[in-house]
Design a protein around this ligand. Structure first.
Ligand code: SAM
Ligand code: SF4
Length: 372
């Protein structure tokens, strides 16, 4: 593979792309960004219907037969870990709806990469946490992000199209009482919907020993209704916060999507993920695996890299011969092909998304099917 490195400001972890990378080498794109973070969508199903993510009804679910098995997810994760992926974030849809979620956490958390054990994080709407958190922690879950956009009941019901605020609040309480830190709460800021709750949400997070992270609304809703005028910008969020708190920037952001500030001198902090008005593509180290086996090198990419033909070819060939040596060779060849597709997907990553370009095309999948 060849490529011409481009210069993008503030990129601490650039390396020259290797001409002939092999399994075990870091996964590097042609702009020199080393990839360390794989987000795995466990399902496109969800217990909520947030307006910025899913349509109210008529959802076209992924076909059941196309969903990756536990075994396939763990295999892909193992190959990614061997090539330097250090953090696995389980997401969806709602990851806790997947019946084998504890098993997936357990098996991924047992993986080791060249630099040691991997980290397993999860983004969830929190609804099933009270029942599941002890098992998830026992299985090796390291970190948790819970999404909550409003703490007002009627608003929550309108925004998520489900009257389930109490369940989410109980889930957040369970996380607060757990050992998982830092605990992060995600809120998408929307004009005329929850932009009057910005300070309240931060205070709520502080009371629960959590960090609030505001996310600029992105054009990823299944209904394609995103309207730039309705999104609340980073600047507006900071303006609202500054009216109540003294904000000091936290240095050392690295590849993290959130910029952070201490609140009134700390220790509490608040974050803003400004994907639209202050994109952080130059530092991006993330790739995604959808529940139906598609690799994506960007949230906004319109192309995907399909692992299914590779996985199916091995399954189809496995009946041909019973010899153990043949099946070991076939498994090794499949692993190599999976590693190769991971590398091609990342190699072809664009230097940045083009949300702010008039030619921008929203991806066909909604956020619930991409994996946020
Ligand atoms: N169901 C889980 C949850 O809500 O946390 C995990 C999946 S959800 C797709 C992951 C994150 O993406 C959530 O924090 C959600 O608020 C965020 N999200 C979904 N659609 C978005 C959009 N259009 N713009 C910005 N963030 C979005
Ligand atoms: Fe479900 Fe999360 Fe999408 Fe809301 S943001 S509809 S909780 S997947």
């Amino acid at each position: 593979m060849t490529g011409v490195p481009v210069t993008i400001a503030r990129r601490p972890r650039l390396v020259e792309p290797q001409l002939e990378p092999s399994p075990g080498d870091p996964i590097v794109d042609k702009h020199g960004r080393v990839h360390r973070d794989l987000r795995i969508s466990l399902t496109d199903k969800c217990s909520l219907r947030c307006t910025y993510c899913m349509p109210a009804e008529g959802v076209e679910w992924l076909a059941k037969a196309s969903i990756l098995s536990t075994e396939q997810i763990v295999r892909i994760a193992r190959i990614a870990a061997a090539s330097g992926i250090t953090t696995f974030r389980l997401t969806g849809g709602e990851p806790l709806l997947r019946p084998d979620v504890v098993e997936v956490v357990r098996r991924i958390s047992e993986l080791r990469g060249p630099d040691g054990p991997v980290q397993v994080a999860m983004t969830t709407n929190g609804i099933r946490l009270p029942q599941m958190l002890p098992d998830l922690i026992d299985a090796g879950l390291d970190r948790l992000n819970i999404s909550i956009d409003t703490i007002r009941r009627e608003r929550f019901a309108a925004l998520t199209r489900r009257d389930k605020l109490d369940e989410v609040l109980i889930g957040i309480r369970a996380a607060q009482n757990s050992s998982l830190r830092p605990l992060k709460l995600n809120a998408v800021a929307m004009r005329g919907v929850n932009d009057d709750e910005i300070v309240e949400l931060v205070e709520f997070a502080m009371e629960h020993d959590a960090q609030l992270r505001f996310i600029e609304q992105m054009p990823l809703d299944a209904g394609h209704t995103w309207d730039r005028a309705q999104m609340v910008t980073r600047e507006e969020i900071l303006e609202s916060l500054s009216a109540r708190f003294t904000l000091e920037p936290v240095p050392g952001r690295g590849g993290a999507p959130a910029e952070r500030w201490t609140l009134d001198g700390g220790p509490h902090t608040v974050g803003v993920i400004a994907s639209v008005t202050a994109p952080f593509c130059g530092n991006c180290d993330r790739l995604r695996l959808t529940a139906d086996g598609q690799l994506r090198n960007c949230l906004f990419s319109t192309s995907e890299y399909d692992l299914m033909p590779i996985l199916r070819a091995e399954a189809a060939g496995s009946g041909d011969s019973g010899a153990a040596a043949d099946s070991a060779a076939s498994a090794a060849a499949t692993d190599l092909a999976i590693d190769g597709l991971l590398r091609s997907c990342i190699h072809n990553k664009l230097p940045g998304h083009a949300i702010n370009d008039p030619s921008f095309l929203q991806p066909a999948r909604g956020m619930n099917a991409i994996g946020g």
